[in-house]
Design a protein around this ligand. Structure first.
Ligand code: ADP
Ligand code: MN
Ligand code: MN
Ligand code: MN
Length: 333
């Protein structure tokens, strides 16, 4: 029987790239070929020379179609087979090659908001919902919207072998989070992008869309972030490397913030459990700091740190490459 391979890639939209995919039907047992697409329709090439190349980098079973069908995450190359300028994965691969001996690990907390009928799922048609405060980790039909989608998504990630490590309902109405990791500097990006694709795809079946908009509703409502938790072998074994990592991030604060997602100034206001985008700080248990050292880590004197700045719409390859370069680069001296 022929099988279906869904080729998935990241486009060239600015300021925030989005996912694309198309289906290839392959003969029984056939290997996954290199493929191409029309880059002039994805902001990756001019119409006059529109071809871009898809090279498979990560293959998992397709938990929606099942059977022998596959999901094929690809990187985008130009026709000389060099990484396309939109290909941020290449930078993560280079960072891991350079600093892999420090064994960098990432866990990311992807927040997102369900939308239906043009407003957050659960938002009443007329007037305002009850203010936030009851929705975080809530239970019951008066507080929770979209759990069926979340349950399907989690099961799909587990079936496909994506390293999902948990989910929770978030502070804003219709807002949720899934956690991925810990995995290495390249695997984190592959996993977050594949998990995003599955979320959108499963949402189609419910006619519910998920947005990574970092501030989906103005006013007194939490934004959506993607906290990046990070450790090296040395950080998992001792305290001084934890502090050194926090200090290293402080030396490149601006460079990090500009790579942490479009619209970051609107989310990192200093309110709603954020630190202002223009000031760098770190502290134990402090959810109002840029970087938090979890309470348990301070107690154990080893573990990991949490960079709370990345937006929900940030590119996990870029975040992982940058954090690896900054912290591992400082440690390497
Ligand atoms: P919180 O909401 O309290 O900030 P979560 O439980 O949502 O925390 O997320 C914790 C994240 O930390 C998970 O993504 C997990 O994979 C990650 N993590 C745990 N241990 C490590 C570690 N040693 N290095 C990197 N990430 C880690
Ligand atoms: Mn969390
Ligand atoms: Mn959260
Ligand atoms: Mn967090």
């Amino acid at each position: 029987m022929p099988y279906r391979a869904e080729y998935i890639w990241i486009d060239g939209q600015k300021p925030t790239a989005k996912l694309r995919s198309k289906t290839r039907v392959l003969p029984d047992g056939a290997e996954l070929p290199i493929w191409g697409f029309d880059g002039s329709s994805t902001e990756q090439a001019p119409g006059s020379s529109s071809d871009c190349v898809l090279r498979p980098v990560k293959v998992i079973m397709d938990p929606i179609r099942g059977g022998d069908d596959l999901l094929v995450l690809c990187e985008v190359l130009d026709i000389n087979m060099e990484p396309h300028e939109s290909n941020t994965r290449a930078r993560a691969v280079a960072a891991l090659e350079k600093y892999g001996d420090q064994e960098p690990w990432f866990g990311m907390e992807q927040e997102y908001t369900f939308f239906k009928y043009g407003r957050p799922f659960g938002w009443p048609r007329d007037g305002l919902p009850a203010p936030q405060g009851r929705y975080y980790c809530g239970i019951g039909a008066d507080e929770i919207w979209g759990r069926e989608v979340v349950e399907d998504h989690t099961a799909a990630c587990i079936a496909a072998g994506i390293a999902i490590s948990g989910t929770n309902a978030e502070v804003m109405i219709g807002q949720w989070e899934f956690q991925i990791g810990p995995v290495d500097t390249v695997e984190i990006g592959d996993s977050v992008w594949l998990a995003r694709w599955l979320l959108y795809r499963i949402g189609e079946s419910y006619d519910i869309s998920a947005t990574l908009d970092p501030k989906p509703v103005r006013g007194d409502w939490n934004g959506a972030g993607m906290h990046a938790n990070f450790s090296t072998k040395a950080m998992r074994e001792g305290w001084d490397p934890i502090i050194a990592a926090c200090e290293a991030l402080g030396t490149k604060a601006k460079e990090h913030v500009v790579a942490y997602g479009a619209g970051i100034e609107e989310r990192l206001t200093g309110l709603h459990e954020t630190a202002p985008w223009s000031e760098y700080s770190y502290g134990v248990s402090n959810r109002g700091a840029s970087v938090r050292i979890p309470w348990q880590v301070a107690l154990d004197k080893k573990g990991y740190i949490e960079d709370r700045r990345p937006n929900a719409n940030a590119d996990p390859y870029e975040i992982a490459a940058l954090i690896t370069e900054t912290i591992c680069g400082a440690a390497a001296g």
